[in-house]
Ligand binder design. Structure first.
Ligand code: IMP
Ligand code: MG
Length: 174
């Protein structure tokens, strides 16, 4: 076990305070849109947005980078339509984990073409590897070792998403 559930909950509370404070600074008439990257972020999304002040829109986008039993990323592919109506809104992209950075880079580039007022990214986990640390990301829950992790929404071959704690996958099947 890498991060027990109580520690996850505590950190999400702090992240919520930090993001809520930044949102309140935007002023009352600004529109905020959360764009969550599925599937891994669903649990984090559910816990985090309940800490944020409304009203805000929540959208979900499916992106695939670790198909099936892969523990090494493939080129990220957007599997569903990105929201077309983010122009003039502040967008916060939410993902479970920042690894190679290609998912966030792709989503940011695609969203930027739709002319939002701002784009910020929030990830629960960031791997301590140069590609991840070099990728701009405004909110990070935990920096973790460069290992494959599962639980709290993160999967290996769609398994283990239901684990309440974040755990290291010791020996992935070949
Ligand atoms: P990136 O595009 O390489 O930054 O990878 C981001 C995506 O890959 C995340 O949204 C996860 O879905 C997946 N991913 C990366 N590392 C892990 C891991 O250790 N466990 C489970 N999924 C991972
Ligand atoms: Mg993902």
């Amino acid at each position: 076990m890498l991060i027990p559930r109580a520690e996850i909950a505590r950190r999400i509370g702090d992240l919520g305070v930090e993001i809520a404070r930044d949102l309140e600074r935007l002023g009352p008439d600004e529109e905020v849109e959360i764009v969550a990257i599925l599937t891994g972020s669903f649990m984090f999304l559910a816990d985090l947005i309940r800490r944020l002040p409304g009203p805000l829109r929540v959208r979900m986008v499916a992106v695939s980078s670790y198909p099936g039993r892969a523990t090494k990323p493939r080129p990220a592919e957007i599997l569903s339509r990105l929201p077309d109506d983010v122009a003039g809104r502040h967008v916060i992209v939410i993902d479970d984990i920042l690894d190679s950075g290609q998912t966030l880079r792709l989503i940011r580039a695609e969203l930027a073409r739709r002319r939002p007022k701002s784009i910020r990214a929030c990830v629960l986990l960031r791997k301590r590897r140069s590609a991840a640390m070099a990728e701009p990301c405004e909110y990070v829950g935990f920096d973790i070792p460069d290992e494959f992790v599962v639980g709290y929404g993160l999967d290996f071959d769609d398994l283990y998403r239901n684990l309440p704690d974040i755990c290291t996958l010791r020996s992935p099947a070949p």
